[in-house]
Design a protein around this ligand. Structure first.
Ligand SMILES: NC(=O)c1ccc[n+]([C@@H]2O[C@H](COP(=O)([O-])OP(=O)(O)OC[C@H]3O[C@@H](n4cnc5c(N)ncnc54)[C@H](OP(=O)(O)O)[C@@H]3O)[C@@H](O)[C@H]2O)c1
Length: 346
């Protein structure tokens, strides 16, 4: 029985983590939230089985013990403070924020707007896109950077096509992400109010979304440095959860429908959670689950490949993927706690 802590348990992804961990053999011994401190977890997650209450972040940090695992479902600047302290105390950390996903301090200045003080931890962090970077030596890993939601879907959709020679890495890939409102977190924001979001479709952070360098880094690592340039536009969709990335890249001379199909089949043959489809994916069938569905098609007329991936941003895009990595660190089956559908709801 492994003891785990969840910092930021009142947020959308933190709450989803509690739902997943409630079905998991690990034992949650501490959860933090300032606004819900003192409240029983069961008041917010009715199926919660044991008596545990939310605690202040600082109190949980003070009681953190060597040997425990800590999930950080906190904003990047908060994770940046918490992770080094927890590592120094001898815990292992799975961070859901973007604080440890990029390569250099300069990347953080350009895309997150702050200077990253811990290049050593950027070099050390394992990027937890499980399907492409499985954990082979769990004892060597202290810090997992859980991938971003858009970055997960983007890589699942296009990596097989690039790796198996169907999509041309020398040409830019246009990507278009569409996400439900939980992707922006629980915090109040006028632009996220019902009147602003309902019956509306809004592009945002076009050309400057922080998942862009993360996607390029992932593809660059898989292609050993020959990363395509990615142009990414995110969109806010009037639904609560779910996300689709649509990617458009140039086909190679050898690309055919059969090559595309076999690229996906080979890449995800043994995957617990990624399902290649025969038609474009939708968000509803994967909602509340750790599944990802992918599909690609060649447009012969323009020699363009359109590739798609659908996930639930809070599960495969956050809590579920974090637990996939926990399972690897604990040498448990990859789908422990993640089988079927996690309870739906916010
Ligand atoms: N939402 C998604 O779809 C998604 C997907 C992938 C990754 N992520 C990442 O996961 C992280 C959490 O996202 P979210 O959407 O769940 O956010 P959220 O709903 O806004 O929740 C943020 C959480 O952080 C806590 N927090 C705030 N200040 C803190 C501090 N100083 N110390 C410790 N905890 C603090 C909040 O707790 P109190 O307010 O109760 O104190 C709350 O529990 C972010 O880094 C986000 O980028 C989110």
């Amino acid at each position: 029985m492994q003891d785990v802590l969840v910092f930021g348990a009142s947020g959308y992804s933190g709450l989803e983590l509690l739902r997943v961990l409630n079905r998991h053999p690990a034992r949650v011994v501490g959860v933090s939230s300032s606004k819900w401190r003192g409240e029983p977890v069961r008041d917010r997650v009715p199926e919660w089985s044991e008596g545990l209450a939310f605690r202040d972040h600082d109190a949980l940090l003070a009681d953190a013990r060597a040997g425990q695992f800590a999930f950080l479902a906190t904003p990047a600047d908060v994770s940046l403070e918490l992770a080094p302290t927890l590592l120094e105390k001898g815990l292992r950390v799975l961070d859901l924020s973007g604080a440890f996903r990029l390569e250099s301090s300069q990347d953080y200045q350009s895309w997150y707007g702050f200077s990253h003080p811990r290049e050593d931890l950027l070099a050390e962090a394992h990027y937890g896109l499980f399907e492409w970077f499985p954990i082979r030596d769990p004892d060597q890993i202290r810090l997992v950077a859980v991938p971003g939601c858009y970055a997960t879907a983007a890589a699942l959709a296009v990596a097989p096509l690039l790796m198996h020679g169907a999509m041309d890495p020398a040409r830019p890939i246009m990507m278009d992400g569409k996400s439900g409102t939980t992707g922006a977190g629980r915090k109040a924001d006028e632009r996220l109010s019902f009147s602003e979001v309902a019956e509306n479709l809004r592009p945002y952070r076009v050309g400057k979304h922080q998942h862009t360098p993360e996607i390029e880094r992932t593809l660059g690592r898989l292609l050993r440095g020959h990363s395509p340039r990615v142009s990414f536009a995110a969109h806010l969709v009037p639904m609560r959860r779910g996300l689709i990335v649509s990617a458009y890249g140039s086909a190679t001379e050898g690309a055919t429908g059969t090559v595309i199909e076999s690229a996906y089949a080979r890449a995800y043959e043994h995957s617990c959670f990624v399902r290649p489809l025969k038609e474009p994916p939708e968000t509803l069938p994967v909602r509340g689950s750790n599944f990802a569905t992918v599909f690609a098609v060649l447009d012969e007329r323009t020699r363009t490949i359109s590739a798609f991936a659908a996930i639930d941003n809070l599960v495969k895009g956050a809590a579920g993927q974090a637990v996939q990595n926990l399972n690897a660190l604990l040498r448990l089956p990859e789908d422990t706690g993640l089988r079927g559908f996690i309870r739906e709801g916010l």
